[in-house]
Design a binder for this molecule. Structure first.
Ligand SMILES: C[S@@+](CC[C@H](N)C(=O)[O-])C[C@H]1O[C@@H](n2cnc3c(N)ncnc32)[C@H](O)[C@@H]1O
Length: 212
């Protein structure tokens, strides 16, 4: 093993120990310092935001729930609490610090964390034995991502969702809401002040086809 590799491993180990001691907020903040554009928020979402966002989900008919950009897993325990026993939660994040942290801290057989990009959701869903997802939640900074990437993600998300399923987003600006209205047949929007800063929530529904 090279000197550089040893130094990188030592740095990773040190970072891991410190952030574990300080807790999820520290892991999140560290992730933000390292990748400010990709993380785009210095603190995780509030409990009020999580509750409002998950409220309309049809949990009885949810076998696969996908989350993009889970960060340190602010939503994960709340999703797992509501998910049926035979349901699965598949989370996808580009940041290895967050994925390592989630794998270490969430012990639930229904939970899988994947290091990757939301752009590859169809491939990732298929690799985990599913054809379709029932609900997809995104905490990604859609307004600051390259437009071509967000377009690909929205198109892939529409394709991977079952009819009657929905795409859920929350953002400080209305970019995610506007994108959702362009890609989904029906969109519901709500503003919540139960988060700092306040957020715009959007639920985009893939409507069942009229020809059945
Ligand atoms: C604002 S944080 C959201 C954290 C968490 N969901 C919350 O609400 O507290 C944005 C997350 O999106 C992730 N992300 C950015 N681009 C991504 C992509 N293309 N695919 C998957 N995750 C991505 C970042 O690594 C980060 O974890």
């Amino acid at each position: 093993m090279s000197g550089n590799q040893l130094a990188a491993d030592a740095k990773r180990g040190f970072r891991r120990s410190i952030t574990r001691i300080l807790g999820p907020r520290a892991v999140f903040f560290w992730g933000f310092i390292e990748e400010p554009a990709m993380v785009a928020a210095a603190f995780p979402s509030s409990k009020g935001l999580v509750k409002a966002m998950l409220e309309p989900v049809d949990w009885d008919n949810c076998k696969l729930f996908v989350e993009y950009g889970p960060g340190v897993g602010t939503f994960c325990p709340h999703i797992l609490e509501r998910l049926p026993d035979d349901g699965e939660l598949l989370v996808i994040d580009t940041n290895p610090l967050f994925i390592d942290y989630l794998k270490e801290t969430i012990e639930d057989p229904r939970f899988t964390a994947v290091l990757g990009s939301a752009e590859d959701v169809e491939k990732i869903v298929r690799a985990h034995g599913f054809e379709r997802a029932d609900f997809v939640l995104s905490g990604m900074p859609i307004s600051t991502m390259p437009p071509a990437v967000t377009e690909n993600i929205l198109k892939a998300t529409y394709r991977v969702l079952r009819e009657g399923g929905a795409f859920l987003t929350y953002q400080y600006r209305d970019a995610a809401y506007r994108l959702t209205t362009r890609h989904f047949e029906r969109t519901i929007e709500e503003k919540t002040y139960r988060n700092i800063p306040p957020c715009i929530l959007a639920w985009g529904y893939k409507e069942p086809r009229a020809d059945g």
